[in-house]
Design a protein around this ligand. Structure first.
Ligand SMILES: [Zn+2]
Length: 664
């Protein structure tokens, strides 16, 4: 309640501030030319989201249902509001100048979470102790009895081996942050680049697009329309698939097949299921779904079984080896945004951040980006990174229900995943082993977890004091779901192995001769590609094991070739040859014409004729040669008066010489 009114207050303030800034800017520049005034006043922007969506759809010729689905996909019609006031008060703790890390005095950590007096912790506990969400209905279950779902006080991580050493934190020097600085504006979550482009398209000032909901929606429609025109989309079509190129551009995922496919799947779900949403400030938005033929219930799983997972590898610059650590904790995060953004961050080698898994809000779809055997960089604390699995969730820590992203499906599917991880690594189902990023101590030499109250206040949360998943994450719901899953079937067989991956290496060579490597050949596997080295070798690390995959190699002067191989094991080799490409009509047939069983018994002066009409005569050694042939299968007939006649057939290809000797 408190937070809702605060947030509304803040939003009104932002709006007033925005107009004030625009007015100030206009005054500062003197009276603008008449034309500019007409431009900014030409569009009468309606006041509510529904009005804005209708007007924008009409103005920019974008189907209303598409615009609504995109808005729902982007941010559930709520403002990103991701820089929460709690976080803003705390400066990240940076490594000291000489490159070593500041390790706070452990005695300080034991007294109270950094930056807060004990009395303040208590106050925070009262205000932030939200562990139930009335919108979620998980019923009751005997398995819930006695389950402690809250971390009421700071507590030592429950593991005799849990001793943080300075070496654990070496990687932290280069670790970035998984989810704190993607700037997105307005209910359409527009990037700065999109705001700039939209401003040039609509004539609206950038500040207005960033701060006014109607202008923001109008800008999104203008962008969709712009991308549709560029991609040649039939804008009369109401078919989602027809708009795909424009949507992919809008979501800034056009050059990423897998990410744009994920986004299209999410929009398709919205088209099928529709939505009926009431925003935080009370506006209802409804899209009638087309309905599905089959139920959309979550996949029923044996407790401990991993749910279906898509593997999209993070940049190898963004994670490292566990160096002796093992999986004994699960750390829960939220992205402060959507799945697409997190995937982009984790694939960007400059970001130095990653998590093992990301879970989508709309349907619980899971993307894995780092193998469980590796150390993802997610919690800003060397020991906890080395000893945990990090799971990111769509949503925003400072908004009720995560800004609408903390859905029942999100909790259920995430709980299935944590259940499988817990079974696989024998992790106890309690808050000492399953906790939030905010519960991770900021003291890098400590393994003492912070209470939920301290976590939500931003006092802990690793090096950068992150407080996700925040006070609106329902630990009660989550822990009950995990506990029920784990206890669901005590006689369950051992868990199925995690979706694992393998290292693929191989050789690309010339033709059928594997002693003639091709250097600089491009080898592609899905969206990944690499080049062969001077010895024709290439390698792909962490290829997910999921049956047959297509490997395609190409090189200048050779025909591209695709082979399909079943990816399995921990290491495998895929080697294959490329046929030299050559200009058309460069096949050559050569052969000898001989008499009887002995091919040394050559016949000179024999007439050799091909089925395409070309002919020649054998030389003194009985050899013939016909070049300049198109690829085909030719009948070769040889005749020598008084000796005899014979024929054979050969297939030829461009750039190669084929032997076709004929016996008379
Ligand atoms: Zn986090």
């Amino acid at each position: 309640m408190n937070s809702g009114s605060n947030s509304l207050h803040r939003r009104l303030f932002m709006k007033v501030q925005a107009w004030w800034l625009i007015a100030t800017a206009v005054l500062a520049c003197g009276a603008p030319p008449d034309e500019d005034l007409r431009q900014t006043q030409a569009v009468e922007l309606p006041g509510t989201r529904n009005d804005a969506l209708r007007a924008a759809a009409q103005r920019h010729q974008v189907p209303l249902e598409l615009l609504m689905a995109v808005a729902e996909h982007q941010g559930h019609f709520e403002l990103p509001n991701k820089s929460g006031e709690l976080l803003d008060q705390v400066e990240p703790e940076a490594p000291v100048a000489d490159g070593t890390l500041t390790v706070p005095d452990p005695s300080h950590e034991l007294a109270a979470p950094e930056g807060l007096l004990p009395s303040e912790v208590e106050e925070n506990a009262l205000e932030t102790g939200i562990t139930e969400d009335p919108e979620l209905d998980i019923g009751t279950d005997p398995a819930d009895q006695g389950l402690v779902t809250e971390l009421a006080t700071d507590i030592d991580a429950d593991d005799p081996e849990a001793v943080a050493s300075p070496e654990d934190n070496l990687d932290l020097e280069k670790e970035g942050s998984a989810h704190d600085d993607i700037d997105l504006f307005g209910v359409m979550l527009l990037s700065q680049a999109q705001v700039t482009l939209a401003s040039s398209l609509t004539g609206q000032p950038e500040l207005l697009i960033k701060t006014d909901t109607a202008a923001n929606i109008d800008a999104a429609a203008a962008l969709l329309s712009h991308h549709a025109a560029q991609a040649g989309v039939d804008t009369a079509s109401r078919d989602l698939a027809a708009w795909k190129p424009a949507i992919a551009q809008f979501l800034e995922a056009a050059d990423d097949v897998e990410v744009s496919a994920l986004a299209m799947e999410s929009l398709q779900n919205l088209y099928l299921d529709g939505f009926n949403r009431v925003t935080e400030d009370g506006e209802r938005l409804t899209l009638q779904g087309m309905g599905r033929d089959v139920g959309t219930a979550l996949q029923a799983l044996t407790p401990g079984q991993y749910p279906k997972i898509t593997f999209i590898p993070a940049s190898s610059s963004n994670y490292s080896s566990r160096s002796g650590g093992r999986v004994r904790y699960v750390v829960i995060h939220d992205i402060e945004g959507r799945m697409d953004g997190a995937i982009a961050v984790f694939r960007n080698p400059a970001r130095a951040a990653s998590a093992h898994y990301i879970i989508r809000s709309s349907d619980g779809h899971i993307v894995q980006m780092v193998r469980e055997s590796m150390k993802a960089w997610h919690s800003g604390h060397g020991f906890f990174n080395a000893n945990s699995i990090g799971i990111e969730h769509e949503g925003f820590a400072n908004q009720p229900r995560g800004g609408g992203f903390y859905t029942q499906k999100l909790y259920e599917r995430s709980a299935q995943l944590t259940c499988a991880i817990a079974k696989r690594y024998h992790i106890p189902i309690d808050r000492k082993h399953i906790f939030g990023h905010g519960n991770v101590p900021s003291n890098l030499s400590s393994t003492r977890l912070c209470s939920d109250a301290a976590a939500n206040s931003g006092a802990c949360g690793g090096l950068s004091h992150h407080h996700d998943p925040g006070k609106f994450w329902s630990w009660s719901t989550y822990m009950k779901l995990v506990a029920r899953c784990v206890k669901g079937n005590p006689t369950t067989p051992p868990p199925s192995p995690s979706p694992d991956s393998t290292d693929v290496h191989g050789l690309i060579f010339r033709g059928t001769d594997n002693t003639k490597p091709i250097a600089g050949a491009t080898v592609r596997l899905g969206i990944r590609s690499t080049k062969t080295d001077a010895n024709g070798h290439y390698a792909f690390a962490n290829v997910v094991v999921r049956g047959a995959r297509n490997f395609t190699a190409s090189a200048p002067g050779f025909l591209a070739r695709t082979v399909s191989r079943t990816v399995s094991g921990t290491s495998m080799r895929v080697a294959f040859g490329l046929t030299p490409s050559a200009p058309a009509g460069t096949a050559v047939l050569v052969g000898v014409v001989y008499k009887g069983a002995n091919d040394l018994n050559r016949v000179a002066g024999a007439t050799v004729k091909l089925s395409n009409g070309r002919s020649t005569t054998t030389n003194k050694d009985g050899i013939y040669r016909i070049g300049g042939l198109a690829p085909n299968t030719y009948r070769i007939t040889a005749v020598k008066a008084g000796v005899g006649r014979g024929s054979t057939s050969r297939a030829v290809t461009n750039g190669t010489t084929t032997w076709g000797s004929v016996r008379l």
